[in-house]
Ligand binder design. Sequence first.
Ligand code: IVH
Length: 699
Amino acid sequence: MTDAVVSGGAAVEALSEREAARELARLAFEIGFHDRLYHQKDTPEISDEAYDALVRRNREIEARFPHLQRSDSPSLRVGAAPAEGFDKVPHSVPMLSLGNAFSAEDVHEFFGRIRRFLGLDETEPVDVVAEPKIDGVSASARYENGEFTIGATRGDGVTGENITQNLRTVIDFPLTLRDDFPKIVEVRGEVYMGKPDFAALNQARALKGEAVFANPRNAAAGSLRQLDSRITAGRRLQFFAYAWGELSEPVADTQKGFLDRLTGWGFQVNPLAQLFTDAESVLAYYEKIANDRAHLPYDIDGVVYKVNRLDWQQRLGMVSRAPRWAIAHKFAAEQARTVLREITIQVGRTGALTPVANLEPVTVGGVVVSRASLHNRDEIARLGVREGDTVIIQRAGDVIPQIVEVVMDARPDGTKEFVFPDKCPDCGSLAAREDGEVVTRCTGGLICPAQAVERLRHFVSRNAFDIEGLGAKHIETLWQEGVIKTPGDIFRLEKMERNGDIALSKREGWGARSTENLFQAIRDRRNIAFDRMIFGLGIRQVGQTTAKLLARHYGDLPNWRAAMDRAQPREGDDYDELTAIDGIGPVVASDILDFFAEAHNVDLLTDLGNVLNIEALEAPAAESPVSGKTVVFTGSLLTMTRAEAKARAESLGAKVAGSVSKKTDYVIIGADAGSKARKAQDLGVAILTEDQWRDLVGA
Ligand code: IVH
């Protein structure tokens, strides 16, 4: 069979409907036939190009006649983004990430924080387990009655992807547990690719003319996210276990004890894991691991410290998705020298003009870098950097590369100082710098395409509305065409399509199927958690944590809007209430109120209020007697530290405020309570002693 014959046939434009239907049937059969040869027998009969031509022809015909798409159409199987192929798996116990330490000082601070939180006196040691931080991909494996049942990626920590089949192929991963094990146990750890396997894989790929992986982590991630687990099986992945998720019964009293249980069940636990009793010895361990790093058979990017006592871990709890009882001590950034070709300006969602250094590509820490952020105009001045300069750049973990310094001796003749623009490069509006701010901003607001598009991108991004299938390119095109001008328009797309105002399904690269998928994804998001909606607005400085605080505090959109309206004078009860939310200071409050001061933002909220069904944030413990109540702690507490009291109250669904107002429900007074207790008395707010509080929350 020659290539011309398989892909041939009449031009797509010339096909009648009948011919098209017949052709689609032939293509479905033929592509399926070659798929089987390729995947199952490994004996392809046609070239990749010829195969691609068949697939393309199939797609083109379907684009012309969307209603003729067959249920066995190859476009439903090939070329779909891999992510669409994995089922979602909710994590019954969230998969956490880790806070970072970059210096010895940060590590001392970590120990200090733990002592303060737990109220330990100087003499009491804080034991920690230290172990290398593996540079791989985290995964969770569920066992029921000792049998491996479900494997999942971390995903966003709350929901991951089902990778059961792929995890089964990991070489040292146990499919059944040994020893005595609980009925249900979820084991978490890192899937990684060893350095020798990584080198061999890349060598083989290079020989075949395939793209090589930048580093072992990317190789592990790419291998684990294969829809065809036979490919994963050929990749020699490995697994180190280090944490747990759901457990049907306690399995240990200490972190070290837990690691021993893991070993007993048949898992690989990092052999370098070790118990220490103070910051000094932990730091010595860090130095040693950093020195041995190059000789380890796998990549690591730091060392992790975990409080050994599990009852302490429990009390310490977590802050914004990271445990208070653990920290990742990262290795110093790797550096490289290269040439800065050009400085360009990027406009972000809030209008900030960010200078970007476009570099001669260079490898730093295993990754090819061609761009680095220059942050703002002060940074350019501080570095004294010019186009054409030789610079030292560095990368720390996943952080965007930074320019550390300019190699002045290498400056070529004729370079000029960089002139920061006073106009927005995207819309030409004035770019100005507000008093006391380092950032230069475009004043064009929503007429600025860069800002509008970036805001929309943020709106649909994973932690906001999480609308799959609406990529950056689509948004940009649809914005330019005036189809999506504001987030609310996204929820009107389907109607526009059905009315014939637009024809997404006929566009290049869309197709009936992906358009339907997109509409489904959008429909799914009409029900949205209040905090996600707030985060999606893209208000300056309002990240996920602050969005949650606001959602918890104000409960629903009408309530929040009314309160922000009343707080506009930036004084009075409602303003005080906003700034009394723990975690929101005057600076963030000002950004929030600025947002509400703009008419187009208020219109946006009205619009969203109409098209969405906004779900109030579920209180963490609905049955708690203090959920939804506002409490204030004052004076020195005896049985718990202030931080612990606050964390505990919040985990029970209470809002902890810093000052007493009419809206306070309880003031809990410790020893030497002063003005806040008096104010509570004046306002008639319920006052509790520490014991009464403990009784109330059942501590
Ligand atoms: S402990 C609650 N230990 O690092 C415990 N994490 O930056 C959470 N990681 O998401 C993790 N090696 O994927 C832990 N020895 C180790 C680790 C480790 C690598 C990863 C893990 C986590 C990420 C956080």
